[in-house]
Design a protein around this ligand. Structure first.
Ligand SMILES: [Zn+2]
Length: 73
């Protein structure tokens, strides 16, 4: 399965975005795996995040860094 490294952002860049707490991990059914752009941890497994039209910031459960889906920013 494909792995995609997310685009790391700083908290001040997330102004106005909804923040998704990924916790220990988020597990979907189908799609690529998503790595935190700050620490490299796989935060989200098998989800088509690029199919979500709303721009969201995903918070890593380990380093608490915020990430965007690449290409959305
Ligand atoms: Zn992280």
């Amino acid at each position: 399965m494909a792995e995609i490294t997310m685009t790391p952002i700083e908290p001040h860049q997330a102004g106005g975005l909804d923040i998704v707490e990924t916790g220990v991990s988020m597990l979907g059914i189908e799609g690529p795996d998503w790595r935190c752009g700050h620490c490299g941890r796989v935060m989200i497994t098998s989800m088509k995040l690029d199919a979500i039209k709303v721009m969201l910031a995903y918070k890593c459960g380990r380093c608490e860094g915020l990430n965007l889906v690449p290409g959305q920013g």
